[in-house]
Design a protein. Sequence first.
Length: 396
Amino acid sequence: MAHDTARTPPSPPLPPSAGIVVIGAGVIGASIAFHLAEAGVRGILVLERDTPASGSSGKPIGGVRAQFSDPLNIRLGQRSLAAWRDFAARPGADVGLETVGYLFLLDSDEDADAFREAAAVQRELGVESRVIGPDEAHQLCPYVEPRAIVAAAHSPCDGYALPKAAVLGYLRAARRLGVTVRTRCAVTGIDADDGTLQAVHTSAGTVRTRTVVCAAGAWSGAIGAMAGVRLPVTPLRRQIALTGPIVPHPPRIPFTLDFASTLYFHNDTADGLVLGLSDTRQEPGFGRDFGEEWLEPFREAAAHSAPALAGLRAMTGWAGLYEMTPDRNALIGESAEVSRFLYATGFSGHGFLQAPAVGEIVRDLWLGREPFLDVGPLAATRFEGAAAVRPEVHII
């Protein structure tokens, strides 16, 4: 299957003013820009400190799913899955969607019970999901050692796609609708007088504007601080390894995750496998150098739950940043202190899969119309005082 690998067009001059400034040209910012422009909004400027998809959206392959514990995340994933399936028609790009399903491996009765409760909620919302036995999990993914688990949670409609192709597809369509995308243009300051936005200062000059949308991923905390808005986002390095072609070719398997160890693996586009693990030793920070130190705990976990993977070598790898929030749920909303400062960030690893739905929601928030989903519980202010947080269990 051919994929969207078109190069980014030259960056245009910085305009002196804009109706809306979207900060960040990753998949969230690109989706927001497209959805706003599609709705007829004009004067949209996207600012990117590097190049499109140069942050976390540059990941070779990204999972797409609705298999979550929080009903908000279930609905965001469900809405986005429909958009990913329709992406070739709207906005018009091949994102290499592979509907292989998601398979969570569970090694304790406690985890199995929690996933049964979540699967029941998912089914109530129209998501096909169920908890299955070890032997059926092995049939779906022959790498799984059935004696190492008590159950598995399977959702066949989930899968994975190509994040960079999605970003370029959104931005190409947005440009056709009049959006200006300015790359290699870092935001250096934001003027907000008495709660009203005035201008955004950049490395290429100043843009007058009354609306800012922060979609800056792991850098969102600093962007919010410039405007006087607290966005509790912490950068955390996450890494994956690619095996390169394997002989014989791996079978087509679900996106498989060992819930206890956080080990995960799935097919890649070159007849090999993508390997990953959330290394608990990783300290917060902006470092994005790839290292192989995490492969040791990966191999230890694989020896237990997927022994055939324990000896696989990493031919290459990738390191990016998760944008973590205290409860591992996104921050979506509009500041109450600074008029027309909107934000969509802190997705804690599931920004790509939720990007289409988030683009719709931010569009509607800006237009003043009711979104398909009430995202009030995802406001950044939920961490202040006695406000309730919304922990998401199905995150690794």
